[in-house]
Design a protein around this ligand. Structure first.
Ligand code: SF4
Ligand code: SF4
Length: 321
């Protein structure tokens, strides 16, 4: 508990999102190693034992067991973060457009069929909008959040994040209460404004966080939209953070959804004071060239280059927190 308290109290939460649905465990180990080495203090992984163990290995390689936390993501069936792409074969013309756009290299061609590697897919939906033939749909292989958490309770995880951007408040609260009943550590709520109006969201958050000491609200802008390094991508997350801050909710507020190297600077220039930032697609893309290689852990030059890139990003983000 002391580790996560120190991170929360620092007001400089730097979280690397490996992807709530990411089951590419070697990639998780490499990402955890690179970003923990670079000064990120939280690694967010899917609620799978192998994902947690891979993050632990990466953090250990970085020598940061005492100050880099592991956050485990669970979520509701309709939340975008937990979905996976599926190809509808009869509609697919094998044009390969989706293969070229996938940031996770999760789509491949085998025996003239286009297929998705479920373990690599993080559900970002980029292929969905790229396919002009409507041959891709997103599917959630749903398991209730508390069911996902049960096998992880003895694993020394530092934080549990609940993805709950759905329109049914009763479902949100019911699952939240079940999570709270089995997990007593730091909790994080990740949601965006697409399903509920601002007033409802604030009332809901007030209800969810009452009586909790260590709580993070992750103001998700446009979920999983990161990639570009511009100010515009940060508009939604900063706007949402402002609404939360204006309501004086007793929680640490961090930014996500479209985040990049300009996020904290943009928030500061908007006079929005936040406790940190979570980066996914943008950060992963920066080091993809290095961590994609099979010999990454035996190639110190690649490791140093990847860590250097991640450290420049961490330093830039911290400057404005
Ligand atoms: S973009 Fe659509 S049609 Fe083209 S290969 Fe992918 S799934 Fe098939
Ligand atoms: S583009 Fe995104 S949703 Fe589509 S297969 Fe790749 S990771 Fe999955």
């Amino acid at each position: 508990m002391e580790k996560i308290k120190n991170i929360l109290n620092s007001g400089k939460i730097l979280k690397l999102i490996c992807g709530a649905g990411n089951e590419n465990y070697k990639e998780i180990e490499k990402l955890s190693f690179v970003f923990a080495s670079a000064g990120f203090n939280m690694i967010d992984v899917s609620a799978k034992l192998d994902a947690v163990n891979s993050a632990k290995l990466g953090i250990k390689r970085a020598g940061r067991e005492n100050d880099a936390a592991i956050c485990v993501s669970v979520g509701l069936a309709d939340d975008i973060h937990l979905k996976k792409a599926v190809i509808n074969m009869p509609k697919c013309t094998s044009c390969r457009d989706c293969i070229n756009i996938c940031p996770q290299n999760a789509i491949f061609n085998e025996d003239k069929k286009i297929l998705v590697d479920e373990k690599k897919c993080i559900g970002c939906s980029k292929c969905l909008s790229e396919c002009l033939n409507g041959a891709i749909f997103m599917e959630h292989k749903y398991k209730a959040p508390y069911t996902m958490l049960l096998p992880l309770l003895s694993e020394n995880i530092d934080c549990v994040e609940y993805h709950c951007s759905v329109s049914d408040e009763d479902i949100i609260l019911d699952n939240w209460n079940k999570i709270k009943s089995i997990y007593k550590g730091c909790l994080s709520i990740c949601l965006d404004r697409s399903k509920l109006g601002d007033d409802k969201i604030i009332l809901l958050l007030k209800e969810m966080i009452k009586d909790i000491d260590d709580i993070i609200i992750q103001a998700d802008g446009k979920p999983m939209s990161g990639g570009a390094d511009d100010y515009k991508s940060n508009l939604q997350t900063v706007a949402f953070a402002e609404i939360i801050k204006n309501n004086n909710l007793p929680a640490r507020v961090i930014l996500s959804g479209g985040t990049n190297s300009k996020t904290t600077k943009f928030a500061k220039e908007c006079n929005i004071s936040v406790d940190g930032v979570a980066l996914g697609s943008y950060a992963r893309r920066l080091v993809k060239e290095y961590i994609s290689s099979d010999d990454f852990f035996s190639d110190e030059v690649k490791q140093k280059k990847a860590i250097n890139i991640a450290k420049n990003l961490a330093d830039e983000l911290k400057k404005y927190l």
